[in-house]
Design a protein around this ligand. Structure first.
Ligand SMILES: *Cc1c(COP(=O)(O)O)cnc(C)c1O
Length: 388
């Protein structure tokens, strides 16, 4: 479906890419589960591992429209999107610079796989553009960022990073999972490639594992060339589920952002909370930068409990908010990064990233904030009482 530049975000979410049901005139895209297509009647040889079934292509059109790029590709997981993209742009002897405080799975991929491929890597000390520039070597090919970051929600300056990449002939890649295309379009700031764990906001209902990459036709083709060899494509059934989920992406994320800001302010005013991390708060160190490059501040709020209130006990005492891995579903969840997403890091590495045992990552859902506040209050009361 062709769309004008003026088409609104909810219209893009609902309609762009959809397959017209010519046969029965149904309201939604029909689902085509064939893994075998005639090869003599079409120019394109369709096959699910070539990422070109009708439903895969429909979904890619929607994701490209959401990220304002020429093209997109979808994967069986966020990590398939990350690993395939990195291996497309890094060859033996190349060097990549990644920002510190990355998603744990990406960090593990770099630490455990790069040596095997003869790929060199460096992690920045800070998030300033100078921290990247000072690490550039003759063989550097890629700058890799993640903003807002997990779990402390630091903000990296996308324009500064893309300017640096351009001036040195490097490819800039962002993990845009936490923001989602609703809160920021990195391409507006010159970033080349956007990666998503579609398991998170794009899926949004905690029932899909998927990944996506968006970028220029040329860059996506380069990724496709290796993607078909690595074979991390997404099943058409899940593709169809994800297309459905994306129809409400804007509605969900807007509500989650609204609730997250309310909850961040509430937590900040709560005497049992030591510190709150949310880029939408005026006293967040990156608030001004966040305002410059984000339309909304995201649905994740992190906070530290006061000394003496055990983070695990507190989470076990929650009744509505679910202590669980993952994030971005319409239901609110919490987790302790030290026990889960960052458990594989050494205590020194965690300390270096500023991740304390008392830290909790709160993925705010679409429930009424009053109900979330009530749950947090009762869980703190129970935890404190158990102590005395
Ligand atoms: C979850 C996540 C990933 C990995 O995605 P999977 O779908 O679990 O493979 C990558 N980056 C970020 C920021 C994530 O939150």
């Amino acid at each position: 479906m062709k769309h004008s530049k003026k088409m609104g975000i909810n219209t893009i979410c609902t309609h762009v890419g959809e397959i017209k049901d010519e046969q029965f005139k149904g309201a939604v895209s029909p689902i085509y589960l064939s893994s075998s297509y005639a090869f003599d009647s079409v120019d394109i040889k369709r096959y699910p591992r070539y990422f070109n079934t009708p439903n895969q292509e429909a979904l890619c059109r929607k994701i490209a429209a959401l990220e304002k790029t020429e093209d997109a590709l979808i994967f069986g997981s966020g990590m398939a999107a990350v690993s395939t993209t990195l291996l497309a742009f890094l060859h033996k002897g190349d060097h990549i610079i990644l920002q510190k405080s990355l998603y744990g799975g990406t960090y593990n991929f770099i630490m455990e796989e790069c040596d095997k491929f003869g790929i060199e890597y460096s992690f920045t000390k800070g998030l300033d553009v100078n921290d990247f520039e000072s690490l550039i070597q003759e063989n550097t090919k890629v700058l890799y960022i993640e903003t807002p970051s997990n779990p402390l929600l630091t903000i990296t300056d996308m324009q500064a990073i893309s300017d640096l990449a351009r001036s040195k002939g490097l490819t800039s890649i962002i993990d845009n999972t936490f923001a989602s295309p609703i809160n920021q379009n990195p391409v507006d700031f010159g970033i080349d490639i956007m990666i998503h764990s579609a398991t998170k906001y794009m899926g949004g209902h905690s029932d899909i594992l998927a990944g996506a990459v968006a970028g220029s036709k040329q860059d996506v083709l380069r990724i496709w060339n290796i993607a078909k060899n690595l074979g991390g494509s997404l099943s058409d059934f899940t593709v169809w589920m994800l297309e459905r989920s994306l129809k409400t992406l804007n509605l969900r994320v807007k509500e989650q952002c609204k609730n997250a800001l309310i909850m961040a302010k509430y937590l900040e005013a709560n005497v049992d909370i030591e510190h709150v991390y949310y880029p939408g708060l005026e006293d967040h160190s990156d608030h001004e930068l966040a305002k410059k490059q984000m339309r909304g501040f995201g649905g994740v709020v992190s906070f530290e409990l006061k000394d003496g209130i055990d983070a695990m006990e507190f989470q076990n005492n929650l009744e509505l908010i679910k202590p669980s891995m993952s994030l971005a579903g319409i239901e609110s969840t919490m987790l302790s990064p030290t026990k889960t997403s960052h458990a594989l890091l050494s205590p020194e590495e965690r300390e270096n990233q500023g991740i304390k045992d008392s830290l909790i990552r709160f993925s705010v859902g679409i429930e009424e904030p009053e109900d979330l506040m009530y749950d947090i209050e009762q869980a703190i009361k129970k935890t404190v009482k158990a102590l005395v």
